[in-house]
Design a binder for this molecule. Structure first.
Ligand SMILES: C[S@@+](CC[C@H](N)C(=O)[O-])C[C@H]1O[C@@H](n2cnc3c(N)ncnc32)[C@H](O)[C@@H]1O
Length: 246
């Protein structure tokens, strides 16, 4: 992975650990046999512009990007429920990629593609400004130890990058069950000038119907963690304010 020059407006966050995890036999089989069909190689020379997306998905449709889809349960459920959208799932964890490939195959999902690579680089190098209908970041690694806070994804420079890739009116949807991180997310998203909170009180949002309960969420609930959704909209223009309903 190339180092980011100190002058970059988007300094690199190393938000994932080197853990590899274990494939189940089904995930390994899917990873070996379905990757060529549904995964797209990271290639900064081939950005996801409208022409390429139309070729990849066989149509022109609003694009939703999910960062760190884990085992892909929410991704597959949302993609099945929103056939009018195309979905790009980003994950570094091979077993997770195998798990989502199994779901794509089992549910015959034609509107999902995967990039197995660092989301920070994909947003910086492959996603065009003003191009995304929605970005989903569900239960990002909380990095609870103070010395690891710098590894959290939701920090001002990366949020500025995410916001710049949304279309005007596009949504950034984050969810977490880690209370201190939820507070950080609310502060950072509220301070990004391209974004506007859809919650009328300027706080957390109710869980939108399209986001299903994930494995992580159910586990968090069992541990007594409250889950917070944050739903911010890219302003239509620097001066015009977007409507406040999701
Ligand atoms: C705590 S898990 C949550 C998974 C899933 N979103 C869910 O709700 O069940 C966070 C996931 O984000 C992935 N991840 C973290 N940083 C990433 C990055 N920079 N690019 C791609 N994936 C990343 C990790 O590999 C992990 O699978």
């Amino acid at each position: 992975m190339s180092a980011t020059p100190q002058t970059s407006p988007h300094p690199h966050i190393r938000s994932f650990s080197g853990r590899r995890g274990h494939f189940t036999s089904g995930q390994r089989h899917a990873y070996e046999t379905l990757r060529d069909r549904w995964c797209i190689a990271y290639d900064a020379a081939q950005p996801f512009d409208a022409q390429r997306n139309a070729a990849l998905f066989g149509r022109a449709a609003p694009l939703v990007v999910e960062i760190g889809f884990g085992m892909g349960d929410a991704t597959a459920q949302i993609a099945a429920a929103e056939p009018q959208h195309d979905f790009l799932g980003i994950e570094v964890y091979p077993a997770g990629v195998g798990a989502l490939l199994m779901r794509i195959d089992a549910q015959r999902l034609a509107n999902v593609r995967i990039v197995q690579h660092d989301a920070v680089e994909i947003f910086r190098e492959m996603l065009a400004p003003d191009s995304l209908a929605r970005v989903q970041v569900f239960f990002p690694d909380p990095w609870p130890k103070k010395r690891h806070h710098k590894r959290r994804l939701i920090q001002p420079p990366f949020v500025a990058l995410l916001a710049s890739r949304l279309q005007p009116g596009g949504l950034l949807h984050c969810a977490t069950d880690w209370e201190p991180y939820a507070g950080q997310m609310l502060d950072v998203l509220s301070q990004e000038s391209l974004l506007e909170n859809t919650a009328s009180d300027g706080g957390f949002a109710p869980r939108p119907d399209y986001r299903p309960l994930t494995r992580f969420e159910n586990r968090g609930r069992r541990l007594g963690h409250e889950v917070r959704d944050l739903l911010f909209r890219r302003r239509l223009s620097p001066t015009e304010r977007a409507p406040t309903t999701p």
